[in-house]
Design a binder for this molecule. Structure first.
Ligand SMILES: [Cu+2]
Length: 137
């Protein structure tokens, strides 16, 4: 009789644990699903051999990142700020959000934590129109 009770208790415990396990698994799955819906993404902007940012204008969500990648055989920079017309031509005015050195290859990534419109330019090629805009919503 005593042995039968122990066996029964063990069986009950096993059942409880198996349900508990299922509960944990379900919760983990739903957490992953809700996380992926709002997960920040990284957008690619190519810096081409034709002195262009491609795409030159891009709309992203707050918390997303932009990764500028040198795809051509020309070196480029990426600096945030507006571009103004002067007597000597176009000129970028750095606003301090980000500014790279000259990149022969590779990439630069910046994460946008606040909303707004962020103009940027390549310092070496701003005169030939290497200008872009990131809009963060
Ligand atoms: Cu450039």
């Amino acid at each position: 009789m005593k042995r039968a009770v122990i066996v029964l208790n063990t069986a009950v415990l096993l059942i409880i644990f198996s349900f508990y396990g299922c509960g944990i698994a379900d919760q983990t799955n739903s957490d992953l699903e809700s996380a992926s819906a709002t997960e920040p993404t990284t957008h690619i902007v190519e810096m081409t051999g034709d002195y262009e940012f491609a795409p030159s204008s891009l709309t992203i969500k707050q918390g997303d990142s932009v990764k500028w990648v040198v795809t051509g055989n020309k070196p480029h920079e990426v600096a945030s700020g507006p571009v103004i017309e002067t007597e000597d031509g176009r000129e970028g005015v750095p606003d301090g959000h980000w500014k790279t050195g000259k990149m022969d290859s590779g990439s630069f990534t910046y994460t946008f934590h606040s909303t707004g419109t962020f103009p940027y330019y390549c310092d070496s090629h701003v005169d030939v129109g290497m200008i872009g805009t990131i809009t963060v919503q």
